[in-house]
Design a protein around this ligand. Structure first.
Ligand code: NDP
Length: 316
């Protein structure tokens, strides 16, 4: 099969899956599947626009209480108002995922007002490049927002996750660009790839060391020969780090007893029409939000430390 045929077949498969999901989505959850209620608290980061806003919207439609957060108060309040006017139970709170003071005051507020969190969606993200651009001018901000911001939020949220028989959930919005073993855009350094692949020996320090090594090379100008992902290098690496960190945390949380379970997973929303892609994506925010909603609400949750796309597990 030549390249064009392969591409056509892949396109057909994607289209078929989109249609399947839109059918599945039209089937409502039954009462015995619905483990959540209006008292279930879902926090969404970077929810003033794009995929985050749509995740907040859909969780609200499912009847949960949604805490829509955003680093800018005015735009966040406005976004929450739109959903409130649609009759949804949505509240706003300021949250900048790379500002420790902001995270601390958010955590104090949520503890005082709701006693904790049932679902955390790490959606906040930043990418400076659009299309095939590959500048690393903003690499620090990209890694800080996408990887460190996600990590700070996971660390802050774990002690706040409420006990519940269905298990508390953390979902991070990641990207296929950060796949370790994707056909395209992989880390070409075999040793480094193997290190990141071995979940038993993986640790937070190792993941930090990888991103810090990259940032060091950005500073001294040697990153182009570092064997890093070739497309959207800083962004791809930040998501690769999110994926690796998800596996580390899942392993750490795996020993928690029944009733205190916390499941953590990540997913790729596809190439979505948002500001981040210059609205050039292939799917709508509604479709891009879908797997986050599915993972947040899965009735018999037993999955942790995995990577998903279009409601299916995919390889890291
Ligand atoms: P947008 O650029 O539309 O939204 C990004 C959101 O993140 C904005 O609300 C932005 O806030 C917020 N944000 C950025 N920095 C911070 C911060 N420090 N603290 C809190 N919020 C912050 O992009 P998308 O909706 O497309 O992206 C959402 C997520 O999906 C990201 O994690 C992205 O990497 C991921 N993703 C997107 C894909 C796509 O095709 N669009 C593909 C794969 C993954 P503000 O408005 O203040 O800038």
């Amino acid at each position: 099969m030549d390249k064009t045929d392969k591409r056509e077949r892949a396109k057909e498969r994607r289209e078929k899956r989109r249609q399947e999901i839109s059918l599945i989505r039209s089937i409502p959850y039954s009462d015995h599947q619905r483990w959540w209620s209006a008292d279930t608290i879902a926090v969404v980061t970077g929810a003033n626009r794009g995929i985050g806003f749509e995740i907040a919207h859909q969780l609200g439609l499912h009847g949960l209480t949604v805490v829509l957060t955003s680093r800018e108060t005015a735009v966040g309040e406005e976004a929450a108002k739109v959903l409130q006017e649609g009759g949804l139970k949505v509240v706003f709170h300021q949250l900048d995922v790379i500002d420790h003071e902001s995270i601390n005051s958010f955590c104090t507020w949520i503890k005082e007002n709701y006693g904790g969190i049932d679902i955390l969606i790490n959606n906040a993200g930043f990418n400076h490049n659009v299309g095939s651009e590959n500048s690393v001018e903003f690499a620090e901000k990209v890694i800080a927002t996408n990887y460190f911001g996600t990590k700070y939020m996971v660390k802050a949220a774990i002690p706040l996750m409420r006990r519940n028989n269905a298990g508390a959930r953390i979902v991070s919005v990641s990207s296929r660009l950060g796949r370790l073993n994707g056909r395209k855009n992989r880390i070409s350094n075999d040793e480094l790839r193997q290190q990141l692949e071995d979940v038993d020996s993986l640790s937070e320090d190792k993941v930090d060391a990888v991103v810090n090594k990259f940032l060091g090379q950005v500073k001294d100008g040697s990153w182009t020969s570092g064997g890093w992902p070739q497309n959207n290098t800083d962004y791809s690496l930040s998501k690769l780090a999110v994926n690796a960190y998800t596996r580390v945390v899942a392993r750490e949380l795996s020993g928690r007893p029944e009733g205190e379970k916390i499941y953590i997973n990540c997913y790729c929303p596809g190439w979505v029409k948002t500001a981040m892609t210059g609205w050039a994506g292939q799917v709508t925010t509604e479709e891009g939000a879908d797997t986050a909603i599915w993972l947040s609400l899965l009735p018999d949750m037993r999955i942790s430390g995995k990577f998903f796309a279009e409601r299916r597990e995919i390889h890291f």
